[in-house]
Design a protein. Structure first.
Length: 399
């Protein structure tokens, strides 16, 4: 297939613009969730627990998200998810007790589970195989850009509206995303959807049994990369504080790492499309393993900055890899259900990584915990190197 019939630009309004808005809305409120909980009477420990409810909401919604997307389609699922997230933002705006606010935070995670699965399934169907990795990596990059811009937008709003301003930004972004999703064309006619439901691939359990080799092979690598990524966001600030750096310096190091992360998503996707998924998945994990191993050896701002930049590069080249592999291995029949299982494994890793780090810090040292996460990253590189084919000429589920 030539490149003329398909262009990622034509996909931008369909999927990337609502994803950018969704990322912006989430990024606007993420930095203030703990502060909002404290304002409602939470202790520091409870406030930290409230922040984790975003991940909990996503984790518990993956299976229902797969069922919903199978039944009503990707477009309507994204519309419902954006509306549900907007309602969650409302619970952050109105004066309420801690329980109501915690419910709103959980709603954000639940909405994210549905929205992310539906947009991934949409792209898997809408984009030709030879463009898939670029489409998925661009999707991941766009989401990163939204999350990066969100805090700046909320800072401006909070100058006039206080901490509630962040949730006003979030609600507005989600509401606009909802409207944009309404304009997205369905992938197929309603009749075709109804026909597809009759061959939707069976139950979640039957799909898990059919695909167990993939889930226990590449799927374990997905758990590893998700654990490393979620922990990566924690270890940089913690190590900066361990070195005695002030908050502004830590933020600068973190921001530079994130900027590098955002800049290289498209070239990484192109490599995956041209050479194969392993050419990016393995280096992504190997580079992050190296950076994590080096982090406890840094003792100054320049050395920590260099390691943070390496970490950002490693994560950036893997932009979209989880979504791409999920689309590659998902069977055409029952794709949303398989992707629900895929995201369940990804979210499990994302929740497990910080928990493991906390346990190791409690019984040993921060450096020991970081080195353990480095080991998990190295394990992920090995799993990807062993199970992912070196070529992109064939994917599981293709005829």
């Amino acid at each position: 297939m030539s490149e003329q019939p398909f262009s990622l630009r034509t996909t931008a309004l369909k999927v990337y613009s609502p994803s950018l808005l969704y990322g912006l809305g989430l990024g606007a409120v993420t930095p203030v969730i703990a502060l909002s909980a404290l304002d409602r009477g939470a202790t520091l420990a409870t406030a930290a627990l409230v922040v984790t409810l975003v991940g909990v909401g996503s984790l518990i919604s993956n299976i229902p998200a797969a069922m919903l997307t199978t039944k009503i389609g990707e477009r309507l699922s994204m519309v419902i998810a954006a509306g549900w997230a907007a309602l969650g933002m409302v619970l952050g705006i109105i004066p309420s007790n801690l329980g109501v606010f915690a419910l709103g935070v959980t709603m954000l995670g639940m909405a994210g589970g549905v929205f992310n699965l539906a947009r991934q399934s949409y792209l898997a169907e809408a984009v030709p195989l030879e463009f898939r990795a670029r489409a998925m990596s661009t999707l991941g990059g766009v989401m990163r850009i939204g999350v990066f811009v969100g805090p700046f937008a909320s800072t401006l709003a909070m100058n006039w509206l206080g901490i509630a301003g962040a949730y006003w930004v979030g609600m507005t972004a989600m509401a606009i995303a909802l409207v944009v999703c309404l304009w997205i064309p369905d992938l197929q006619s309603r009749a075709a959807v109804e026909e597809g439901q009759s061959r939707a691939g069976g139950s979640m359990w039957s799909i898990a049994k059919d695909q167990w080799r993939i889930l226990l092979g590449v799927g374990l690598g997905i758990i590893c990369i998700s654990a490393v990524r979620s922990t990566r966001q924690i270890v940089l600030p913690l190590w900066g504080e361990n070195l005695g750096l002030d908050a502004a310096t830590i933020s600068l190091v973190y921001g530079v790492s994130g900027a590098i992360d955002m800049l290289i998503f498209y070239p990484a996707g192109k490599v995956m499309d041209k050479r194969g998924r392993a050419w990016v998945a393995v280096p992504c994990m190997a580079v992050m393993a190296t950076a994590l191993f080096l982090l406890p050896l840094t003792h100054s701002v320049p050395t920590m900055m260099a390691v943070a930049m390496l970490m950002g590069f490693g994560n950036g080249i893997g932009s979209g890899i989880v979504m791409t592999l999920g689309a590659d291995y998902s069977p055409v029949s029952g794709r949303p259900k398989f992707l629900g299982l895929w995201r369940l494994m990804s979210d499990t890793g994302a929740m497990a990584g910080p928990v493991l780090l906390s346990l190791l810090v409690a019984v040993a040292t921060l450096g020991t915990g970081v080195w353990a996460i480095s080991g998990i990253s190295l394990l992920g590189a090995g799993l990807f190197g062993y199970f992912i084919p070196r070529t992109n000429r064939r994917r599981i589920g293709d005829p």
